[in-house]
Design a protein around this ligand. Structure first.
Ligand SMILES: *Cc1c(COP(=O)(O)O)cnc(C)c1O
Length: 221
């Protein structure tokens, strides 16, 4: 588990170097530590090393790992970074502080209703299928403006930003830049982009949040 503290320290210093190289303010990029498939002990080790933002891609796994840890660490913030089914919205709104994967009008409606009902308001990001990959989640880039407008006008949801996963095996920079343009023209400050392999590029392209898993916690079994 001391590997986790060392991994976190290494990623933090690479983030700082990328901020400086891009002429960005120190601390302007937040690190979301993606602990999916790793046990609660891994999260505890990261908490001991000062980490407070975590990402998970499955609601059920997060429910098993985090309620006790959130009680111990009220400043722990949990991001949902995987696809959200409408039948899991109630649990997701109860547990997550940020839902990064809103990608369709029906989910916007169900989320808005649950937020109203529960009186708990997680931050919402819109996931954009920036490379238009048929198998990938996310709204088509051409429909993102419409979905954002619909969230605002119909569903009383004010998204705080955009999230994307660029196509594997391609230069991610043009995709990251296009996500930034989409966010800027919609007045959205948050850009969640960049993973273990490409987070320095994402920071150069304006990421405000990077989601790093294997480079901190090791490879997933
Ligand atoms: C797993 C995952 C990550 C982290 O990926 P690594 O390559 O392990 O850093 C980031 N974002 C999403 C959406 C993921 O599912």
């Amino acid at each position: 588990m001391s590997d986790i503290a060392a991994g976190l320290a290494a990623i933090r210093s690479r983030i700082a170097a990328a901020e400086t190289a891009a002429g960005r303010a120190p601390g302007s990029v937040a690190l979301v530590a993606v602990a999916k498939t790793h046990p609660a002990e891994a999260v505890i080790a990261a908490l001991a090393a000062g980490q407070r933002l975590f990402g998970e891609n499955r609601v059920q796994e997060a429910k098993a790992k985090y309620p006790d840890l959130k009680a111990l660490h009220p400043d722990l913030r949990l991001h949902l970074i995987g696809p959200l089914q409408t039948n899991k919205v109630r649990e997701a709104v109860a547990l997550f502080d940020v839902i990064e994967t809103l990608d369709r009008p029906k989910l916007a409606r169900v989320l808005a209703d649950e937020i109203e009902r529960a009186g708990r308001r997680p931050d919402i990001l819109i996931q954009v299928n920036i490379g238009r990959e048929p198998q990938k989640a996310g709204i088509d880039p051409d429909q993102a403006d419409t979905l954002i407008a619909l969230c605002r006008s119909e569903y009383r949801l004010e998204p705080s930003g955009l999230m994307c996963i660029p196509p594997a095996g391609e230069d991610p920079a043009p995709h990251f830049r296009r996500l930034g343009e989409l966010a800027a023209r919609n007045g959205l400050p948050v850009r969640s982009m960049g993973m273990s392999e490409d987070f320095p590029t994402a920071i150069a392209c304006g990421a405000t949040h990077v989601r790093v898993g294997s480079a901190i916690f090791g490879h997933r079994g």
